[in-house]
Design a protein around this ligand. Structure first.
Ligand code: ME8
Length: 687
């Protein structure tokens, strides 16, 4: 059995899981499931990154010790993966492991890595003074050329927030400059080391630009693993959180050597088969720092760094720092499965969309309408429909046991076409999975789904039954069951709940072999079946249902979709003083109306402004410029009711006439639009 070791990043515990984290874990889970079906010896690892300044700060904000914060949040990650049908991940020697960097075993391996580097080349680690910019969000040191200047301050490109100046902090340095050439050579000799290709090119040009030595210890805070040797000046250093975190991939295998210097069995088996799946935000740490640390310690490198893009909403990265983007994957999945006879298939629908919609290395904008459209097209109309048709026809036409295939018929017309498409789909999907391309794998799989539906349309089994053409009818039913059995396996990496359900409906034995379908075997590999009638797995969403889901999800109601942030400070009290009293007649002068947003676009060169077209029941729409762009994506507003002051003097903003003012509460970060809780005709007065 070939080993296959797939890892996700270990996530920071300053945040609870959001859709971005779920995406990586879902992709890793799908790869793990595919490889298991392909007969590989699979180990999957995820976990939490618990040390460093960022976690220490988050704990302080919540009034907790760092350890208490970690103990609260780490299980939430593990639980989320179980809720998304990927668990359980456990700490012990299981096939699915969860590692925490506060585990004693991990800490010991990090200290060993340090000593090992020192023992090989003592001057690879040396004491000096660090001065420069640091982003606590990234836990990374930056040159000014890596940063954006906004006003007087330098800002991190990922977090968009000002970076801190570390002023002459005494620090251990790692001589990374020594390893640039060796790294370039490794990348050249192993063309699949960094995938996809465009990320490899990015790394190569970064390394060619020259590697600088890296500060790998901190003295200004204590939440980390102590450097395992003394500083002659007597200062206490903790190991840089990235050196600590990256080592998790090895400590989860029991480390790279034991007390006697021998290689632990799991390290020997899995390390060279390691694939680190990561987001592009942390490419440099994985494709540059980590290999350099390993080379300095005389250790082999992992096989592949597999990098994916970012999910954004309205063009903004899904991240903790932008509350409106923090979509809760569990909520989304449960909403999607709400009407299904098997609610867990909502989880499958979410996984399917995320992996099908965008190729792994690309960025994807999460457009909820597209999610619902894909659900209807690919899952309700195509897959769900096919499954229901197959089980319904087999039960209806009485072929409860496996109908026999007729060799002559199988080589003919639609039956031959089905075999050709099935073979191609299995081959192409397998190659795509092997090449880390889930989107292509699903596309290939759906060619077989389409062909199954085509077979039903082309052969019209109900007409065959009516005409008493039992030989042909048996062939159709046989081929449909054979197709269902192939699909049960081919969808399993991404739609495990659907696959399990289909398995049950087909009545196949629990221990039937679940290897990847082999070309030429359609029908020949069909185990005995005992089909039961099915119920709708992916009921079609009509417009009313779609609108109801969109209303739940769109960021205009952030509370509905955003998970609570355990690290967020309590909101500040509203302290604005109450204004002096006014007469009712003064209030009556204000004309407030309900409007319906018909269109919304960003205003060029104005970060805060949106240009809205609003129906106020006047027979013509009004143009209104509103300062809500930091909080609302334009597409989230279309169709929404807003409250508008309609009798303010019109004025021009950025050259655009604004004929009204939208009422909202709060400022950029916690802005909420004033709303009326019933649908009322545009132009209705608000008093
Ligand atoms: O970086 N789109 O942890 P983290 C896609 N602890 N993926 C996203 C995403 C988005 N919008 N947002 C987050 C850390 N991710 C370190 C890792 S590993 C030794 C240490 C995913 O909690 C993506 O995989 O900030 C990204 O790399 C990871 O979450 C960052 O998680």
């Amino acid at each position: 059995m070939k080993p296959f070791y797939i890892t996700t990043p270990i996530y920071y515990v300053n945040d609870v899981p959001h859709l971005g984290h779920a995406y990586t874990t879902i992709a890793a889970d799908a790869l793990a499931r595919f490889h298991a079906m392909a007969g590989d010896d699979v180990l999957m690892l995820t976990g939490t990154d618990e040390h460093g300044e960022k976690v220490q700060e988050a704990a302080a904000k919540r009034g907790l010790t760092p350890q208490a914060l970690c103990d609260d949040v780490a299980p939430r990650f593990a639980h989320t993966w179980t809720q998304l049908d990927m668990g359980p991940f456990t700490a012990d020697g299981a096939r699915r492991r969860f590692i925490r960097t506060t585990d004693a075993r991990h800490k010991a391996v990090v200290a060993r890595l340090w000593r090992r580097i020192r023992a090989r080349n003592a001057d690879d680690l040396y004491l000096a003074t660090y001065q420069g910019w640091y982003c606590v969000g990234c836990e990374a040191f930056y040159k000014e050329s890596d940063l954006d200047k906004a006003g007087d301050a330098w800002h991190c490109k990922t977090h968009g927030r000002p970076v801190a100046w570390l002023d002459k902090e005494r620090s251990w340095f790692f001589r990374m400059s020594r390893y640039g050439e060796a790294l370039l050579e490794h990348i050249e000799r192993h063309p699949h080391f960094i995938q996809p290709e465009h990320f490899k090119n990015e790394v190569v040009s970064f390394v060619r630009g020259g590697l600088r030595d890296l500060s790998v210890s901190r003295t200004s805070f204590a939440w980390g693993i102590p450097v395992p040797e003394d500083d002659p000046e007597g200062r206490a250093h903790v190991i840089y959180v990235w050196m600590d975190a990256l080592t998790n991939y090895v400590s989860a295998l029991g480390g790279f050597d034991d007390d006697a210097g021998g290689e632990p069995r799991e390290f020997g088996t899995y390390w060279r088969a390691a694939t680190h799946l990561i987001g592009k935000d942390i490419l440099r740490f994985h494709a540059v720092y980590w290999p350099c640390f390993l080379m300095a310690a005389g250790l082999p490198l992992p096989r592949t760094i597999l990098c994916h893009g970012w999910w954004t909403i309205g063009g903004r990265k899904i991240s903790k720092s932008i509350p409106a983007t923090r979509v809760d994957p569990v909520k989304l999945a449960s909403d999607l499965g709400e009407l299904s006879s098997v609610p867990e298939t909502g989880i499958d629908a979410l996984k399917y969309f995320l992996l099908r919609e965008t190729p792994l290395g690309n960025d994807g904008d999460l457009i909820f309408e597209n999610l619902l459209d894909r659900y209807n097209a690919d899952l309700a109309n195509d897959l769900g429909n096919l499954i229901n048709r197959i089980t319904a026809m087999v039960t209806k036409f009485g072929a409860q046991a496996t109908p026999a295939a007729d060799a002559a018929l199988a080589a003919e017309g639609p039956f031959a076409a089905l075999r050709r498409v099935a073979d191609e789909a299995a081959r192409d999907a397998r190659a795509a999975w092997d090449g880390f391309q889930p989107s292509r794998a699903l596309e290939a799989t759906w060619r077989l789904v389409a062909e199954g539906n085509r077979l039903v349309d082309a052969t019209q089994p109900w007409a065959l039954a009516k005409a008493g053409d039992n030989v042909r009818l048996a062939q159709v039913l046989h081929d449909l069951l054979a197709t269902a059995w192939w699909l049960r396996r081919m969808i399993a990496p991404v739609l495990p709940a659907t696959a399990r359900t289909l398995h049950g409906w087909l009545g196949v034995a629990d221990d039937a072999p679940l290897g990847w379908p082999e070309p030429g075997q359609l029908g020949h590999d069909l185990p005995p079946v005992k089909v039961v009638a099915s119920t709708p797995l992916f009921p079609r969403l009509d417009d009313k249902r779609k609108d109801a889901l969109l209303a739940r999800w769109l960021p205009a109601e952030p509370a509905a979709a955003a998970p609570a942030d355990p690290a967020a400070p309590a909101p500040a009290p509203v302290t604005a003083p109450v204004l002096p009293p006014i007469q009712f007649a003064d209030f009556e002068k204000l004309d407030l109306r309900v409007g319906k947003v018909k269109a919304a676009v960003k205003v060029a060169k104005a970060d805060k402004l949106l240009h809205l077209t609003v129906d106020l029941g006047e027979g013509r729409d009004r143009s209104i410029v509103s300062g809500i762009a930091q909080r609302y994506a334009p597409e989230a507003l279309v169709g929404k009711q807003v409250v508008v002051v309609v009798n303010l003097e019109p004025r021009k903003m950025k050259g655009i006439l604004s004929e009204g003012m939208i009422l909202a509460a709060g400022d950029d970060a916690i802005l909420g639009l004033a709303a009326v809780d019933a649908e009322v005709p545009p132009g209705t007065r608000v008093r």
